[in-house]
Design a protein around this ligand. Structure first.
Ligand code: NAG
Length: 280
């Protein structure tokens, strides 16, 4: 059996690997999930429509980086049973990577948000979202997830902030998805494919404003709004052991605690069962 130290080593290693190669290989790593609180009853027309919608999303991802579907919204379907959904992959992914990301997200969304009428799951490489209400094509700029990284320290802050502002300006000024870099700062921004160019520009302007206002002193930051996101990071930020240590303490520590707890539970059960066997 895997000992807990080996397990911890293994988990730290996989986290380190995903941090060292944030752009391509970490495509399936979790960023956030949002679950609508009310739940649909089982075996209803909505569930059938949702299942068929999710299948369409998973199948379509090998053809394009974005697509949306509606299921059961014709006038002949029972009222209120329609499901609407979309997926959006990061534009630098190959179709194979996009497809794998969307399949992974579709597979997880039902576990993370069981029976929810609406849910969104954002992985590093893709977003999958569905709802019982038609949200397609609508601009949404409320904050879904935000993370400010470690703050700039030491004397070269001025140069860093200049570069970062160049990157942020560039992220706002393009259209759709864009990568930007200036010196040692890199950035990426993307709209969900259902937005018009004008709504995309509005969305990105707000995401970038949030980055500037709430993570202004950070070396790396992410802001995900309902229909777009923007991120920047200082080159070398992610591979640094110090940054990885933040994750190790929090997320990995918690994961290991849960797994160790489960292993301890199993061990107790085995002891209990063998005790029973001997007693009988
Ligand atoms: C179903 O919803 C889609 C997405 O909003 C829309 O384009 C389509 O016209 C709708 N179909 C009907 C019959 O309402």
């Amino acid at each position: 059996m895997l000992s807990s130290t080996n397990l911890q080593r293994f988990l730290s290693l996989t986290t380190l690997l995903s941090l060292v190669t944030p752009s391509v290989r970490a495509t399936n790593s979790f960023i956030y999930a949002a679950c609508f609180p009310s739940r649909y009853p089982p075996n209803t027309p909505f569930q059938t429509n949702l299942d068929s919608l999710l299948t369409s999303l998973a199948n379509s991802a090998s053809d394009s980086a974005y697509n949306s579907f509606a299921s059961g919204n014709s006038s002949s379907s029972p009222q209120g049973s329609a499901a609407y959904g979309l997926y959006q992959c990061r534009n630098d992914l190959s179709t194979g990577e996009c497809s794998s990301c969307v399949r992974s997200a579709v597979g997880q969304v039902g576990l993370v948000c069981p029976d929810a009428y609406a849910a969104a799951l954002q992985l590093d490489g893709c977003l999958v979202r569905y709802s019982n209400e038609d949200f397609l094509g609508r601009l949404e700029t409320s904050v879904a997830y935000k993370k400010c990284g470690r703050e700039v320290s030491g004397g070269d802050g001025g140069e860093f902030f200049r570069r970062r502002d160049d990157v942020l300006d560039e992220l706002v000024s393009g259209e759709g998805s864009r990568v930007s870099s200036s010196g040692t700062v890199q950035g990426y921004a993307q709209c969900v494919g259902d937005l018009s160019p004008a709504d995309c520009a509005t969305c990105l302007a707000q995401a970038v404003e949030q980055l500037r206002n709430t993570c202004g002193a950070s070396l790396a930051a992410d802001v995900f709004l309902g229909k777009c996101y923007a991120r920047f990071w200082a080159s070398g930020y992610y591979p640094q052991a110090a940054a990885a240590a933040d994750y190790t303490d929090d997320d990995i520590g918690r994961t290991v605690a849960i797994i160790v707890g489960i292993l301890a539970g199993v061990a107790l059960l085995v002891v209990f069962l063998s005790f029973l066997k001997r007693a009988c």
